[in-house]
Ligand binder design. Sequence first.
Ligand code: AMP
Length: 113
Amino acid sequence: MEKTLFQKICDKELSAQVVYEDADVVAFRDINPQAPTHVLIVPRKPIARIAEADAGDAGLLGRLLLKAAEVARTLGLERGFRLVVNNGPDGGEAVPHLHVHILGGRPMQWPPG
Ligand code: AMP
């Protein structure tokens, strides 16, 4: 199966501004930032979207969220940040490789668009 865009970033076949990586996850700056800080954190495992994760992914998903918070801290987002997971067409998903958006550096609005 062809690699997803984010797998290619994880495997260094496409360049990106990586801010954190380990054996399970990679975090890199979004190419089209929607906030002063906008980072995507992805599992190396190409789960298409959260609706397709299963119970066997529970540990990985937990580590993904914990690392998202840690990356936010290391990027200096002590005033707060927002984590976003878009799922499917109505959810605004564009890249079919699970990713958590880490947005910060400005006050966020609610409700989201
Ligand atoms: P989503 O709409 O949740 O699927 O988000 C996909 C995100 O990936 C968007 O915010 C894009 O700006 C971002 N994106 C697409 N291609 C790249 C890339 N090559 N490097 C970094 N971010 C990207």
